[in-house]
Ligand binder design. Structure first.
Ligand SMILES: [Cu+2]
Length: 509
């Protein structure tokens, strides 16, 4: 941020500028004019660290028959696997990832959590989508170490096999562990149950006029009930105390870890006593997972890529789009890593094999799941990751609303097409206040930036780019708007996002 951080802005000038920008934008609607001129984006890119090294990869997005462990799914994937191949670089490296779109429809690759140049973010309109049959090379430098991932930002393709982990290493920090296990969690229906489009239509149709069903979340899919139950998987879910109410909208046929169903799990082998860094990534569309490793405590070290004060928990609640890094010391035996689909009475699992023995039954629920469950409020940014204390230059609201009955998910009163962007100037310190006025939780994700959760007690909260906001609750975050461009701010529930629960943070230089 350097020079821009030193700019002095009076609160009055902000309010005036914001109001004026707002009026202009309201008059124009969501136009196609670029928020950040190309030189602002290239200037910001020049200020990022540069190692001089380029990491290249080619990903072909295409139809694939994928073996989930004896269950074959006709789906779409990158290079024929679920998850797609790991993309790994070090801080300051340039990534050059060519995506060949063989899906027969428009696609994109969004680099979730990476504070990259706006025109490579993989979210329209800042980055043009890739046309059917077309190729595009995403080229950008990676400024921060951490655990990230990537997925399409077009339609319902986030609910397919199109995702892969992205890891950025810090050459100055080798880490105090012997082995590393990347764990991607997902809820799965594509090619084995209702299609993502059928589920989305089912959610929308259940909300058609005359289909008002108060409390429908708690009901099983009752035969004869209009909408609900007419599409297998839609509705009929339980509640979660951790999530403050309804757990989700969709019951998936499978919950998977690293592309495998619980009966035929993926495995990871280490020796007893070894320290293992586990990078947990929730790539699901409608499922928060409660994750525990049988017989082990989890020492949480990072939230969404950024260090926290190391904290021991028995289990972790991970919403869609969130990542947690934990370190464990391996015991002697075979231990299931269980990701319980929160409020959905089903689980995903993988096995940590550090000795002899048979794994427990596929539905084994380790007692750790009922122990101390870490949520975002449990963690504090490590001293090096906390933002300097500073007053906000601008305060922005993000009012979350909508209901299952109308399926009208909005931010600040509008679905995306009619929404008024949130306006900031480069270098401003921003407080963003989520106010969830709906009866459902939302994992809110901001592109291009990492914020610090405001705890209200002066303690620095965790650094995050995706944040669970519980129903009927307020939660504020602070960040420096140091990345010029048009950045999406949205719910990471795929169906809520598709229904319009998205706006943008427009950062002008
Ligand atoms: Cu949502």
């Amino acid at each position: 941020m350097g020079e821009v951080a030193g700019r002095q802005w009076s609160r009055r000038s902000f309010l005036t500028a914001t109001a004026a920008a707002g009026m202009t934008l309201a008059a124009c609607g969501r136009g196609s004019s670029a928020v950040a001129p190309r030189n602002a984006i290239t200037d910001a890119e020049a200020r990022r660290p540069h190692s001089g090294r380029t990491v290249s990869a080619t990903l072909t997005a295409d139809r694939a028959r994928v073996d989930l462990g004896g269950t074959i799914a006709d789906t779409v994937s990158y290079n024929g696997t679920v998850p797609g191949p790991l993309v790994r670089a070090s801080v300051g490296d340039e990534l050059a990832v060519t995506v060949r779109n063989r899906l027969g429809r428009t696609t994109s690759v969004h680099w979730h959590g990476i504070a990259l140049r706006n025109d490579m973010d993989g979210a329209s309109p800042a980055t043009p989508n890739i046309n059917a049959g077309g190729d595009f090379t995403y080229r950008f430098s990676v400024p921060h170490p951490g655990t990230y991932w990537a997925h399409p930002h077009t339609g319902l393709d986030a609910d397919t096999g199109l995702y892969f982990p992205v890891i950025v290493d810090d050459p100055a920090d080798p880490g105090d562990y012997d082995a590393e296990w990347v764990v991607m969690l997902d809820d799965w229906t594509d090619g084995v149950g209702s299609s993502p489009a059928q589920i989305y239509d089912g959610l929308r149709n259940a909300s058609a006029p005359g289909h008002d069903m108060p409390g429908m979340h708690g009901m099983p899919g009752m035969p004869g009930m209009p909408g609900m139950g007419s599409v297998p998987g839609v509705g009929g879910l339980g509640r979660s105390q951790l999530l403050g109410g309804d757990a989700g909208d969709v019951s998936y046929p499978y919950y998977i870890v690293n592309g495998r169903i619980p009966a035929v799990p993926s495995t990871f082998r280490v020796k007893p006593g070894q320290r293992v860094r586990i990078r947990l990534i929730n790539a699901a569309s409608d499922t928060a997972f409660r994750v525990a490793l049988a017989g082990h405590k989890l020492t949480v070290t990072h939230t969404d890529g950024f260090p926290v004060v190391p904290t021991d928990v028995d289990a972790l609640l991970i919403g869609m789009g969130e990542r947690y890094d934990v370190v464990i010391t391996a015991g002697d035996g075979v231990f299931p890593l269980v990701a319980a689909a929160e409020g959905k009475t089903a689980s995903a699992r993988a096995l940590l094999i550090c000795g002899s023995g048979a794994p427990p039954a596929a539905d084994y629920a380790p007692p750790e799941l009922q122990g101390r469950v870490g949520t975002v409020a449990t963690f504090a940014a490590a001293p090096g990751a906390a933002l300097p204390s500073a007053p906000a230059d601008v305060e922005l609201p993000a009012q979350l609303a909508g209901s299952m009955m109308k399926y009208d998910w909005t931010i600040n009163g509008s679905p995306f097409a009619g929404s008024r962007p949130l306006a900031v100037r480069e270098g401003q310190r921003v407080t963003l206040s989520f106010n969830n006025m709906s009866m459902m939780w939302h994992p809110m994700h901001l592109h291009g930036h990492t914020f610090e959760v405001l705890t209200g007690d002066g303690r620095p909260g965790a650094r995050k780019d995706t944040l669970i906001v519980l129903p009927m609750r307020r939660l504020a975050v602070t960040f420096v708007a140091d990345n010029p461009g048009e950045w999406m701010l949205h719910c990471h529930n795929t169906h809520h996002q598709e229904a319009g629960m998205m706006t943008s943070l427009n950062c002008t230089s």
